[in-house]
Ligand binder design. Structure first.
Ligand SMILES: [Zn+2]
Length: 84
């Protein structure tokens, strides 16, 4: 018999945006220039960049929608206000 273990209790390494999209985390981009941040659409990023795209390289492709600066910092956090 196989035991189903919830993802959150399994030690894992998050390296790609596909990894993160399979968790209960959400991705945020933060602009160091104008200090604005917004949530990233992981589904859209996965379509555009591929699930194997390393999230550490997101700073090379993210452009701030407010000031147009390239080099936004991507980070992830627990989803807030959602029940799964
Ligand atoms: Zn900006």
């Amino acid at each position: 018999m196989t035991r189903q273990v919830p993802v959150r209790n399994v030690p894992f390494v998050l390296t790609t945006i596909g990894d993160i999209s399979r968790t209960t985390y959400e991705m945020w981009a933060w602009c160091p220039e104008c200090m604005r941040g917004r949530e990233l659409d992981l589904d859209q990023l996965t379509v555009q960049l591929g699930a194997e795209f390393p999230y550490m390289q997101l700073k090379n492709v993210l452009v701030c929608t407010a000031c147009g600066r390239r080099g936004c910092v991507a980070h992830f956090s627990h989803k807030s206000g959602t029940t799964r």
